[in-house]
Design a protein around this ligand. Structure first.
Ligand code: SF4
Ligand code: SF4
Length: 387
C-alpha cells in the first residue's frame, strides 16, 4: 500500500479559508449516499464522491488532479442538513476550490464568467449600462430617501431575456400592492454568491464591498430580493462584512401583503394543476417553504401539487455552486429527474421561486422534449398573471 502524504501547509490554508470543520469528518459516507449525484448516470457521477472530496481536503489536496470533481458540487445542502458530525460541507468545498482558484487555476469554462464579474460587475457578460434595460416601458421607481424598500434584481433577471420576465412580474406585483420600492440601477453589482462558491474569494469581496458601500451611501434600510441566492448572501454573508439591512425575499413580502389584504389575485390562470419546486437556497438554506405555497394556493382555481421530494427533501435543480455554467450531457441532469417527478403527478405546470431553478428546469424540460405537456415558470409570473 502506497503511503499517503498530507500537505500540512495547504491543509492549514484551506482551514483558514473557511474549512474549520473539515477535520470533524469521520468518513461515514452518509453525505455521499444522499447526494443527488447518486441519482444520475455518467462520468461525473462515477467520479464524484463528497466523502472522498472531504478526505482530499483533510490531506491538504494531496493527490488532487481532477477539476471536474472539485467543481461538481451544486451546494444543494442535502448533505449538510444530514451530516451526523455537523460538518459544514459546503464551506469546506468552497475553501478547497479557493485553494485552487486562488493559485490561478481556473477551469476553462469559468474564466469568462469570473472575467465578466470582474469587468462588468455581473457574470452574464452584460455591460453595466444595460443593467436596467429590462425596465424599458415599465416606469420602475428609483430608490430615494423616502423609499421604503430597495428592490435588488438578480443579475440573471437583468440580462437573461427569459429571466427579465421575473423582474417585470415582481415590479407589477409590488405596484399592485402599493409597496414603496425603488431600484438603484447601473451602479449595483452581482451579490457574488456564485463567485464565492466557485472559490474566487477576492472577487466576492470586491463585489460585496462595492454593494455595501453603495447601499449604505444611498440610505438603504430594507431590501427585497428577487432571487434566493441574493437573499441568502445578503442575510448570511454580508453582515460579517458590514452590510446589515432588513432583507426579505419577494415571496415573503407578497405572502404578508396577501394576509393583510393588500394583494389580491382575482383572475384564473389557464393552467390549473401546478407543482411547486422548492429551490435549495429558499428552502433548505433559508427555511422558506410556506410563503410560496400560500401565494400559489391563493390563485383562483389553482390545484397545488406537492412533489414526492418536497420541502427539506427537495431535489436540487443543479444550478447552484456555479453549476449553472456547467455543460452537463443530456441524461445526466438533476433537472430531468424533476421534470419526471412533475410529469408523474400529471402537473401541467412546474413553478419555482428562483431564476436559476427556472433556467435549469426549462433546459431539462426541453432536453426531455416535454415542453408541450409541462410549462416551466417562476412563481412571480403566475402571480402577476392572476392580478
Ligand atoms: S456525513 Fe459528515 S461525517 Fe459522514 S462522511 Fe459526510 S461529512 Fe463526513
Ligand atoms: S451540497 Fe448537494 S451536491 Fe454538494 S455534495 Fe452535498 S448533497 Fe452533493
Amino acid at each position: 500500500m502506497e503511503p499517503k502524504y498530507v500537505s500540512r501547509e495547504m491543509r492549514d490554508y484551506i482551514i483558514e479559508m473557511g474549512a474549520e470543520t473539515i477535520t470533524w469528518c469521520m468518513q461515514c459516507g452518509l453525505c455521499t449516499a444522499l447526494c443527488p449525484w447518486r441519482l444520475v448516470p455518467g462520468e461525473t457521477s462515477e467520479k464524484f464522491s463528497i466523502r472522498h472530496m472531504l478526505r482530499l481536503g483533510q490531506m491538504g489536496m494531496e493527490g488532487f488532479e481532477d477539476e471536474t470533481v472539485l467543481f461538481a458540487c451544486s451546494t444543494c445542502g442535502m448533505c449538510v442538513k444530514n451530516c451526523p458530525r455537523g460538518v459544514k460541507i459546503i464551506d469546506n468545498v468552497r475553501a478547497m476550490r479557493a485553494s485552487i482558484v486562488g493559485g490561478g487555476v481556473v477551469p476553462a469554462n469559468l474564466r469568462p464568467i469570473l472575467g465578466s464579474a470582474h469587468a462588468n460587475g455581473n457574470p452574464w457578460a452584460g455591460p453595466r449600462e444595460k443593467r436596467t434595460a429590462w425596465q424599458e416601458g415599465l416606469d420602475v421607481p428609483k430608490f430615494g430617501p423616502d423609499t421604503e424598500y430597495f428592490l435588488f434584481v438578480c443579475c440573471h433577471s437583468c440580462y437573461d431575456p427569459r429571466s427579465t420576465k421575473i423582474a417585470k412580474s415582481i415590479v407589477k406585483l409590488l405596484k399592485a400592492a402599493g409597496v414603496s420600492f425603488g431600484v438603484i440601477g447601473e451602479e449595483e453589482s452581482c451579490c457574488g454568491e456564485s463567485m464565492r462558491k466557485l472559490g474566487d474569494e477576492e472577487l466576492f469581496q470586491k463585489l460585496a464591498q462595492s454593494n455595501i458601500e453603495l447601499f449604505n451611501q444611498k440610505g438603504v434600510k430594507k431590501i427585497i430580493t428577487t432571487s434566493p441566492h441574493c437573499y441568502w448572501t445578503f442575510t448570511q454573508e454580508y453582515p460579517a462584512l458590514g452590510g446589515e439591512w432588513e432583507v426579505i425575499h419577494y415571496t415573503q413580502l407578497l405572502a404578508k401583503l396577501l394576509e393583510e389584504g393588500k394583494l389580491k389575485f382575482s383572475k384564473e390562470v389557464p393552467k390549473k394543476k401546478i407543482a411547486y419546486h422548492d429551490p435549495c437556497y429558499l428552502g433548505r438554506h433559508s427555511n422558506i417553504y410556506n410563503d410560496p405555497r400560500k401565494l400559489l394556493a391563493s390563485v383562483p382555481g389553482v390545484e397545488l401539487i406537492e412533489l414526492d421530494r418536497a420541502r427539506e427533501l427537495s431535489l436540487c435543480c443543479a444550478g447552484g455552486g456555479g453549476r449553472i455554467w456547467a455543460e452537463v450531457p443530456m441524461g445526466e441532469r438533476f433537472g430531468e429527474l424533476r421534470i419526471i417527478d412533475a410529469s408523474e403527478k400529471n402537473a401541467e405546470m412546474l413553478t419555482t421561486a428562483c431564476p436559476y431553478c427556472m433556467n435549469m428546469l426549462t433546459d431539462a424540460c426541453t432536453s426531455l422534449n416535454k415542453q408541450e405537456s409541462l410549462e416551466i415558470t417562476e412563481l412571480s409570473e403566475v402571480l402577476a398573471e392572476a392580478l
